[in-house]
Design a protein around this ligand. Structure first.
Ligand SMILES: CC(C)(COP(=O)(O)OP(=O)(O)OC[C@H]1O[C@@H](n2cnc3c(N)ncnc32)[C@H](O)[C@@H]1OP(=O)(O)O)[C@@H](O)C(=O)NCCC(=O)NCCS
Length: 176
């Protein structure tokens, strides 16, 4: 599956992407925003990439720029057909590409896929309270503040809140 946006191309993750994931997933600056806490190995990432094909409830794609540079990944997780909902998770691991509109472009493509192709009614996500860039990108993409999971993530010995945001199909249709 390939989804083309204006600045990004979303494509299946390949085994040869593994070393970049290892680098990003061991970078403290990046993982502070994610739920991952344990060190990641090359073997572990290769196993994870192999397991993706068998996984029916998640769709995880690589993010390439329109020039073909692999900069991160986007996941549609916990796809629930009965309730027509899923949870998104994005990581742009290459920091040179932060704050330049790549995340917003990925979200335009992925929301179109979620509502248009997967037939979802609701897409949700969680964001750490300490991540204003992500919050801003989600708001720009049409996500609405829904609530707070109190002290849901532990970072450097301190608990932080997670903010829950969501977008419904009718809100996305009005926005596009
Ligand atoms: C969060 C992430 C996906 C956002 O993607 P991105 O390409 O950097 O975001 P965009 O450039 O499309 O949009 C970012 C917006 O936040 C704004 N922004 C950047 N830094 C900010 C800050 N410190 N405070 C408030 N807003 C900020 C930008 O100005 C931009 O808004 P604008 O277009 O109105 O000017 C990406 O930065 C990333 O993957 N970061 C590391 C991992 C992560 O945080 N993942 C999300 C976990 S919930």
């Amino acid at each position: 599956m390939i989804l083309k946006g204006k600045k990004t191309i979303l494509r299946p993750i390949k085994l040869s992407d593994a070393p970049r994931f290892v680098r990003w997933m061991n970078d403290p600056e990046i993982i502070q925003y994610l739920s991952i806490r344990n060190p990641v190995t090359l073997e572990g990432e290769k196993e994870w990439i192999k397991s993706l094909k068998k996984n029916k409830n998640d769709i995880i794609l690589a993010i390439d720029t329109d020039k073909g540079v692999h900069i991160g990944s986007i996941g549609i997780h916990r796809i629930n057909k009965e309730h027509q909902r899923a949870t998104l998770g994005i990581n742009i691991g290459d920091k040179n590409y932060w704050g330049k509109g790549y995340g917003s472009d990925v979200f335009r493509s992925i929301l179109k896929y979620c509502f248009g192709e997967l037939g979802l009614h609701r897409v949700e996500l969680e964001v750490h309270e300490t991540n204003p860039r992500a919050k801003r990108m989600y708001e720009k993409s049409g996500f609405i503040f829904e609530g707070v999971k109190r002290q849901a993530n532990l970072h450097d010995g301190k608990f932080y809140d997670n903010i829950v945001m969501s977008i419904l199909k009718q809100e996305w249709e009005k926005k596009k």
